[in-house]
Design a protein. Structure first.
Length: 319
């Protein structure tokens, strides 16, 4: 199989921590390849190395079979690599088009050819089903639309390899569904997508392959279509299984009293079927699932998504 990206034996350390411990990643062309791991697993560091934000301490990077040194994001762009960061890099009082062409403005004589740029943005938006208004100001559009502007910035620069860093963290369920469709369309048009996430459901929905990282080490790479969540979890537990069982047992013991207090507090504060908003972003996934089963009317949103007419319970105040 021909790989469009190969990161071989990549090693990267920061003071007091080894972020990537001889990690190898091989990505097939025209595919969606997911990087799965808990916070601190080394996913974003590995992709930041590919995009030129960090330099590896050791290892080799190959793009389309050729050894390369990605010394900065400009080199990455020249190699056809783009990245949508978890925190967008947009100027809020600029228009969509002004943000997209920033640093790469088409000119007509001595002035910027804004009409030509807008036409190009409209063409890309239609081709990939992004439905972005090129004349809208960033401050006036939703978070989901701002993410699409970041995607258009990559496409405007002819990126063939697109990195998404936790792209669904700031999106509503409907926007997540739409983003999955956009990723499939990108691959259908010949692009390659690298998806950083810790959500198995998203990987099962859209990815072709999945590489699991844990504590900076490679656990394994599996084809998603032939893999169940239990198999991925088994891969995850392959490193230090005794330690993993101990951590899970401690979390379970600590979670019992925590869970009881949360349910009692929520049902007391918000009786009946009113929606409940959890705003604490560090809730353990297995405890969140328990809460969702105990409280069927539960709605989990982030601060940026809070409607004005919803009652809020912050877990920090009731835990």
């Amino acid at each position: 199989m021909a790989f469009v990206i190969e990161m071989l034996d990549i090693d990267k350390s920061f003071p007091g921590i080894r972020a990537n411990d001889h990690v190898t990643l091989q990505v097939a062309e025209r595919s969606i390849h997911a990087l799965l791991g808990e916070n601190g697993a080394g996913k974003s560091t590995l992709m930041s190395i590919l995009f030129g934000l960090y330099q590896p301490d050791a290892g080799t990077i190959r793009v389309r079979g050729k050894d390369v040194r990605v010394t900065d994001p400009n080199v990455a762009n020249e190699l056809g690599i783009g990245m949508v960061h978890q925190h967008f890099k947009l100027v809020h009082n600029f228009t969509v088009t002004e943000n997209i062409i920033l640093g790469l403005e088409p000119r007509k004589g001595l002035v910027v050819d804004a009409r030509k740029a807008e036409r190009r943005v409209e063409e890309l938006s239609r081709l990939y089903g992004l439905n972005v208004d090129p004349r809208a100001r960033i401050e006036d559009i939703s978070v989901g639309m701002q993410q699409r502007v970041e995607i258009l910035k990559m496409l405007y620069r002819d990126a063939e390899i697109l990195i998404f860093d936790e792209p669904t963290a700031v999106l509503t369920p409907q926007e997540i569904h739409e983003l999955m469709g956009i990723m499939r369309r990108l691959v259908g048009e010949g692009k390659t997508v690298l998806l950083i996430t810790h959500k198995l459901r998203e990987i099962k929905e859209v990815a072709d392959s999945c590489t699991v990282l844990r504590r900076g080490r490679l656990i394994g790479t599996v084809p998603v279509a032939e893999t169940s969540e239990e198999m991925v979890n088994g891969q995850w537990q392959a490193v230090r299984p005794t330690e993993k069982r101990t951590v899970a047992t401690e979390e379970e013991r600590a979670g019992q009293s925590w869970f009881s207090r949360i349910v009692n507090s929520i049902t007391t504060l918000l009786p009946g079927a009113q929606p409940v908003l959890l705003t604490n972003p560090v809730v353990r996934p297995h405890l969140r699932r328990l809460l969702e089963r105990a409280l069927p009317h539960l709605v989990v949103l982030r601060h940026s998504e809070i409607p004005m007419d919803i009652r809020v319970v912050n877990l920090g105040t009731v835990a």
